[in-house]
Design a protein around this ligand. Structure first.
Ligand code: FES
Length: 69
């Protein structure tokens, strides 16, 4: 899914950036220029980061709970 029309940034770019340590819009702006022109993509980019963060948190909790069994 395209997230940023101005800089042709998509969800895959955000996933890749997050896997390399991006955890805030400023990181995405630095790496991908997301949100640096019209700014219309900022909320969507932040939503993508939050979903990734929640997904990673849930995965960590699942790993921790199965390790205790
Ligand atoms: S849509 Fe991302 S800066 Fe314009």
């Amino acid at each position: 899914m395209i997230v940023c029309l101005c800089h042709a940034g998509n969800e895959g770019d955000i996933v890749r950036a997050a896997s390399e340590g991006a955890s805030a819009l400023t990181h995405l702006s630095e790496r991908l220029n997301l949100g640096t022109s019209c700014g219309a993509c900022r909320d969507c980019a932040v939503d993508c980061l939050e979903k990734l963060s929640q997904s990673n948190r849930a995965e960590s909790l699942l790993k921790a709970s199965t390790a205790q069994i």
